[in-house]
Write a protein that binds this ligand. Structure first.
Ligand code: AKB
Length: 332
């Protein structure tokens, strides 16, 4: 680490103001804008800064503060944290599973070097640091149904390897220096307003758009490939509730969170209750099918439920109803 500033060991080491000052990296991916929106409702618009290396659409500028931040540029990050009195850092910048396999060197740089930068920054500035992990942090030798929080993790993707590395580095720095590191393993996240980019679970978003546009979805996974999934608002709520949980309630620093598991055929069947003419054809692609086959089909999230009260609101039927309504609303 570049510099370590130790935390006082008691819980009075909360941020100095009532409201945290939050910086979100990789803010223009699938999750950043929605999380910022939810955090801003609780903590005020000015206390949540979204960042990315891309220029955002006008509506993102209008929603609240947006800044340029490159996770590979330590000085840029440090300047942002210091100048804006940041106390919480949400690190969403990463290359996902499928795109990572096509760009291994870049994935290694963004997902590992970028992580080292935010870990150092968090240590130096006593930040509470949230880093998402994923079902992708498990591999073919992990228990699949369900995968518990603690078990064998030998992922076969650079994305998975980088996420196991993140879990271990964060936990190590927590135990050695008291870093307030918090990590949730997300399932595939299903959202209407933002598209995922380069993941193995992306079909679970695309199928809704196809159902409402052409009525035909060509799926790159086999019909019976079961994966853990979650509605985006549950994902945001889990993240915020976990960030707000008192340290004394956390028996772990990395938790699985679950909501539902489904196969392409099951989600298609549920969509057909609203759109009976949906046609799905299956054309599995080797890379994504192999990745999906190595991931858990279900998460055991009993520790998250017990320690800090995690409970999802959306099951499959609620998710499908909401997705179709939200996409329709956006199109009109
Ligand atoms: C991906 O498919 O790569 C991501 C994930 C499950 O982490 N959505």
């Amino acid at each position: 680490p570049r510099q370590i500033n130790r935390w006082p060991s008691n819980e009075s080491s909360e941020p100095p103001t009532n409201s945290p000052r939050v910086l979100i990296t990789g803010g223009l991916g699938q999750l950043g804008v929605g999380l910022a929106e939810m955090l801003r409702k609780q903590y005020g618009k000015e206390n949540v800064i979204l960042s990315d290396i891309r220029r955002p659409p006008a509506e993102v500028y209008n929603m609240g503060p947006f800044v340029y931040a490159d996770v590979l540029d330590y000085k840029n990050l440090r300047e942002l944290v210091v100048n804006n009195r940041i106390t919480w850092l949400v690190h969403y910048s990463a290359l996902l599973s499928a795109i990572g396999e096509a760009n291994v060197a870049l994935a290694r740089t963004i997902n590992i070097t970028g992580l080292h930068n935010v870990l150092d920054l968090a240590l130096e500035n006593c930040l509470r640091l949230f880093v998402p992990s994923t079902i992708g942090a498990f591999g073919p030798s992990s228990p699949r149904d369900p995968a518990p929080d603690l078990c064998i993790q030998r992922p076969r993707t650079i994305y998975g390897v980088s996420k196991v590395h993140a879990e271990l580095m964060g936990e190590y720095l927590h135990h050695k220096y008291g870093l307030d590191f918090r990590c949730l393993r997300y399932p595939g996240v299903v959202s209407a307003h933002t598209k995922p980019g380069g993941g193995t679970t992306d079909y679970a978003v695309q199928i809704f758009h196809d159902a409402l546009s052409t009525g035909h979805h060509e799926c790159y996974l086999r019909s019976n490939t079961r994966l853990p999934m979650m509605h985006i608002s549950d994902c945001h709520r889990a993240t915020i509730e976990f960030m707000q949980a008192p340290e004394s309630q956390l028996s772990l620093r990395t938790y699985n969170i679950a909501a539902m598991s489904f196969t392409p055929e099951e989600v298609a069947e549920e969509i057909r209750k609203h759109l009976p003419h949906l046609r799905v054809t299956y054309n599995p692609d080797t890379i994504r099918q192999t990745i999906a086959d190595s991931w858990p089909v279900r998460f055991d999230d009993s520790n998250a439920r017990q320690d800090w009260g995690w409970k999802p609101a959306y099951g499959l039927s609620e998710l499908v109803t909401d997705m179709l309504a939200s996409i329709r609303e956006k199109r009109t």
